[in-house]
Every structure is written in structure tokens, then in C-alpha cells.
Design a protein around this ligand. Structure first.
Ligand SMILES: C[S@@+](CC[C@H](N)C(=O)[O-])C[C@H]1O[C@@H](n2cnc3c(N)ncnc32)[C@H](O)[C@@H]1O
Length: 243
């Protein structure tokens, strides 16, 4: 079925930086993400040689590349052709034969083949407003087998409503000094970049997202809230369809 005209243009909402080759070329050095804990978590949940895994909003593939040696089929999906080109280059460099790269968004990805045993998504769902997050979560549930595991990490606020400003100010105070590593000093996301995230993207509250996950057909097995109240990790189980 064609995407309805009233669906958003996900690439246009993916963040200008994710379409910028210069930003993408330095993304891994800026992010310094260690996927070890997430790969271990999936392996503890029976990730194995026949498992089908989908990484949505995969970026340069930090997680997909690390998990691929432990699964049967890895589908790394990202809406940005620039991110995807970097991901493809990384896959080729590592010679990984079980990684497929797909240019698609949460709302347009069409899964082929056996249902996913695992879906992973890190720091990407916040690009959609809440209405579209709910639809995206429902689409994720649709590509999974019952009992499959959905590991979701994002900037999701668990702080009390009355403490939001204090929590966010404390988070901003810890921002990196430098955005690029061609400068001296700490690199990472600067205060200006984090402020832009808050202003222009769609991070939401845990108490809004959790009913969305449940309504989409997931049981929340575990919710980990960062001490800052800014980051949340969910381990969810796809429930069997009712009726
Ligand atoms: C902050 S990066 C995170 C990348 C990777 N998951 C990581 O943890 O390093 C966000 C990624 O989400 C992608 N993205 C943004 N909106 C998306 C959408 N609607 N569907 C799929 N991917 C999206 C961007 O292109 C970008 O690669």
C-alpha cells in the first residue's frame, strides 16, 4: 500500500545533521557509544544463530555491527541516505555478510521474511511527535513474533513534572565543551546542541510513552531510568494478539 499523503516526511524530520556528510563522518567519534551492554542483554534473551534482528534508526550501525556476529539476520534501517552510506561502508569494511541495510523510516519500513525476534532502537524514536510514535510502536509490534524482545533506548524524561526544569538544567550543565574533535577539549554534544534537541525534537515523558508501548502490544519487562531523569531504557516483550 502506498504511504498516505498525510504521513510525515520522515527524512525531513530526521534532523538536518543526520543528512550532513561532514557531521555523519565524525558521528562515531562524537557519540563514543559502547554497544557491549545491549548486545549482552540480547544474548541473555536468547539471541542466537537463527535470530532475526531489526535495528531501527541504526545510524552508522554501532549496535548492528556489534550484534551481527551473534545473530542470523540483521536488518539495519535508517531514513537518512547519508547515515546509511556510512553504515554500508562499515559493513563492507568488517566483511559482515548477514547485515542488510534498508533506507526507510519507522513509518515506512516494510519487513520481509520471518518476523523479527528482536527489535532494537536507540536515540531515534524522539524524531517523531507522540501521535506518530504511537503508530511507529504499533508498526514495530507488527513486524515481531509474539515473545520477541524490543529494546528501546532514548531521551525519555522520567523526572517529576515539577522537577523538569531543574533536571534539564543539570543535564545541560554537563554538556560537552566542544562539538568537533578538530578543537581541543572534551567532544560530544554541546549545550547548544542539546538545547536544539529539546526545542526542535520530540523527546517525551516515560509516563506518556509507557501506555503507548502497552497499547501497541508490548509488556514492559524492565524500565531503567537514568539518575538524571533524562534517559530511559525499556526491555519490552511483544504480546500475543488478542482475539
Ligand atoms: C542520534 S542518531 C542514533 C543512531 C544510532 N541508533 C545510535 O545509537 O548511534 C538518530 C538516527 O535516527 C535516524 N532517524 C531519524 N528519524 C528517523 C525515522 N523517522 N526513521 C528511522 N530513522 C530515523 C537518523 O537518521 C539517525 O541516524
Amino acid at each position: 500500500m502506498d504511504t498516505p499523503r498525510w504521513f510525515p516526511d520522515e527524512l525531513a524530520h530526521a534532523g538536518a545533521e543526520h543528512r550532513d556528510p561532514a557531521y555523519v563522518a565524525t558521528y562515531d567519534r562524537k557519540a563514543t557509544t559502547d554497544p557491549t551492554e545491549d548486545v549482552a542483554l540480547l544474548r541473555e534473551s536468547q539471541l542466537g544463530a537463527t535470530s532475526v534482528v531489526v535495528d531501527l534508526g541504526a545510524g552508522t550501525g554501532t549496535f548492528a555491527l556489534a550484534a551481527a556476529p551473534f545473530c542470523g539476520r540483521m536488518v539495519a534501517v535508517d531514513v537518512s541516505p547519508v547515515m546509511l552510506a556510512q553504515l554500508r561502508a562499515n559493513v563492507a569494511r568488517l566483511g559482515l555478510r548477514n547485515v542488510e541495510c534498508a533506507q526507510a523510516g519507522f513509518l515506512s519500513y516494510a519487513h520481509q521474511g520471518a518476523p523479527a525476534d528482536f527489535v532494537y532502537s536507540r536515540h531515534a524514536l524522539h524524531h517523531l511527535p507522540d501521535f506518530w510514535k504511537a503508530l511507529a510502536l504499533s508498526r514495530i509490534a507488527d513486524v515481531m513474533r509474539p515473545g520477541g524482545v524490543f529494546l528501546l533506548r532514548d531521551l525519555i524524561f522520567s523526572c517529576e513534572l515539577r522537577n523538569v526544569e531543574r533536571a534539564i538544567e543539570a543535564w545541560l550543565a554537563g554538556a560537552a565543551e566542544r562539538a568537533h574533535d578538530d578543537d581541543a577539549g572534551q567532544i560530544g554534544w554541546t549545550r547548544a546542541e542539546l538545547e536544539e534537541h529539546l526545542r526542535d525534537e520530540y523527546s517525551t515523558f516515560s509516563w506518556l510513552l509507557e501506555p503507548m508501548l502497552q497499547r501497541a502490544g508490548f509488556e514492559i519487562n524492565e524500565a531503567r531510568y537514568s539518575p538524571s531523569g533524562v534517559y530511559t531504557t525499556y526491555v519490552c516483550i511483544k504480546q500475543p494478539a488478542v482475539g
